[in-house]
Design a protein around this ligand. Sequence first.
Ligand SMILES: Cc1cc2nc3c(=O)[nH]c(=O)nc-3n(C[C@H](O)[C@H](O)[C@H](O)COP(=O)(O)O)c2cc1C
Length: 304
Amino acid sequence: MKSYGLLLICSLTMSITIKAKIDDTVITVEWENNEAVKALSKIASESAVTINMSQYGGFEQVGPLGQSLPRNDSQTTTAPGDIVLYSGNQIVVFYGSNTWSYTRLGKITDKTEAELKTILNKEKVTLTLSANSDEPTTEPEQPEKKSLVAYFSVTHNTKTIAEYISEYTGSTLYEIVPKQPYTSEDINYSDNSSRTSIEQNDPNARPEIASTIDDIDQYDVIYLGYPIWWGQAPKIMYSFLESVTIKEDAVIVPFCTSGSSPIGMSATNLKQSANAANWLEGRRFAASTDKTTVTQWIDSLNLK
Ligand SMILES: Cc1cc2nc3c(=O)[nH]c(=O)nc-3n(C[C@H](O)[C@H](O)[C@H](O)COP(=O)(O)O)c2cc1C
């Protein structure tokens, strides 16, 4: 009888060890294990990164990276030694504290608060980052992320973008279908008594959905698409989010189509109806957006 050995599938991945220096002082940093740091490590392994920083607010040094990293911003109160990403492309090193929306990158672990003040409390400093790409470690391969595109669309503009995303990412496509379909009279925004006018003006309106979605908690990434109706998401999007339990650490990527309005507060308001914490900023598309623009945006999210 043949016997088969157990095949362990592993992949070579880079450990996150980015060396850091502020002016001439070497600092030890405990880096976060997130997409932003992975991307930063990759950049720093290609060639050392020099960030010219300026003092701001009496509590931080901030400077441009020169490119954007994937962000996962959340309201954060920083402590001395914290290193964060601000606005996707600015690196901030704290010697004091501030509360703002940041993506955490790491924490300086080998300096006291007083030492940090001495190093950082000056008009300008230079942060240098370098990473070794020649130290591969063997780590179990991460299971592939499962993704879903859940969308609502009446006149098919959002549907087209949803299909581009689904095709490009291999995501499951799920249409949020209203139990009572929207007629052209229903979506007449010039009529104050049309169905959409009434629903959008009623904070408690939750139009019914025709079918339920199975096992939504299997998805790690959920692209959530809708048209803008008077600057907001249609109320059926609230019906959807309030009727499902999304995996707690899932990433939600809102997207919308509109005549001209930005995604603005529509996604921020929707977020309050979802249990998942990781909402990305989201993106608005015009009805005529081509597939390349959509796929470039997906690449920039670095979610694969
Ligand atoms: C009831 C209603 C309200 C709308 N309100 C806005 C708006 O506030 N801002 C905007 O730019 N477009 C607005 N639009 C245009 C839609 O956002 C746009 O046509 C969208 O692409 C439609 O998506 P769909 O084809 O997926 O249904 C509105 C359309 C309707 C029907």
